[in-house]
Write a protein that binds this ligand. Structure first.
Ligand code: ZN
Ligand code: ZN
Length: 168
């Protein structure tokens, strides 16, 4: 499938969001392109937009609380199909091989990736992410409710989980 999708891009540190048409390309091996249905606004996105020296250069597209539908699969992607309902959060991929990854602590992987910081984020009609960044969205959960789970939701969930562990 070819075409283009609108991304809300920031062209300079703290600059305005500008609708920008970006060509949609077939995802690379191991990656998936998602049609975005909902995208949260997080305080960390303000930092992304204000960045003076973003890793990917300008323009940047913030957004790491994303929910949508898989539009296209790259090669070597298993377990996912076009049309699947998915979410992408702050955890935007990791190496899968380092000590951190192998103990489940993917957030501290030295090669971890974050949507908006490591690659164009979800303030867009389309986002392309590593397949290991996907979480399945259950049928009964609205996209607008699912989107913030990947950042704000997991932050609060982890606090509850760790507090139980501490008192057990
Ligand atoms: Zn966030
Ligand atoms: Zn790793």
């Amino acid at each position: 499938m070819s075409g283009s999708a609108i991304s809300m891009a920031v062209g300079e540190p703290g600059g305005p969001l500008t609708p920008t048409a970006v060509p949609t390309r077939r995802p690379a091996g191991g990656a998936v392109r998602v049609s975005v249905m909902a995208s949260g606004v997080c305080n960390a996105d303000i930092g992304t937009a204000a960045s003076r020296n973003p890793a990917t250069g300008f323009p940047i597209v913030p957004g790491h609380e994303v929910a949508g539908v898989i539009a296209e699969l790259g090669d070597q992607v298993e377990g996912w199909s076009v049309g699947d309902r998915v979410a992408v959060g702050w955890f935007g991929g990791s190496c899968g091989r380092c000590d951190r990854c192998r103990t489940g602590d993917v957030v501290h992987c030295p090669e971890r990736r974050v949507p908006g910081l490591s690659y164009p984020g979800g303030w867009a009609e389309s986002i392309t992410v590593p397949a290991d960044a996907l979480a399945r969205v259950p049928a009964g959960l609205d996209f607008f409710e699912a989107a913030p789970f990947g950042c704000a939701g997991v932050t609060t969930f982890n606090a509850v989980r760790e507090s139980r562990r501490a008192t057990a």
